[in-house]
Each structure stands twice: as structure tokens, then as C-alpha cells.
Design a protein around this ligand. Sequence first.
Ligand SMILES: [Zn+2]
Length: 55
Amino acid sequence: MFKPRLKMLGVEPVGNYAIRISWSDGHSTGIYSYDHLRRICPCEECRAANEEGQE
Ligand SMILES: [Zn+2]
């Protein structure tokens, strides 16, 4: 179960709803909406916000 460590090479905004992240492996350039980032962020603030949104 080895996973190579990815490095973020750069982050740029996409409109005002998302960011594009360039990864060091070169083939996975992802666009992540702020909404999605909130959902996957484990910090207290985002978890609280997520729970509010689901109720
Ligand atoms: Zn957070």
C-alpha cells in the first residue's frame, strides 16, 4: 500500500468558486471547488460548518 507523496506545485484561483492545484506527478491537475474543500477539510471550523449544512 505505498503511495508516492505528491507535492503541490502551484495553486491558482478558478473564477471565484474554485482553485486549480498542480501536482508534482504532472498528470493530476485538479480543480477543487471551495465547497468541496470545505467538505474534505478536517478542521474544527469546517466540520462545524458541514454539520450545520446537513441539518
Ligand atoms: Zn477547514
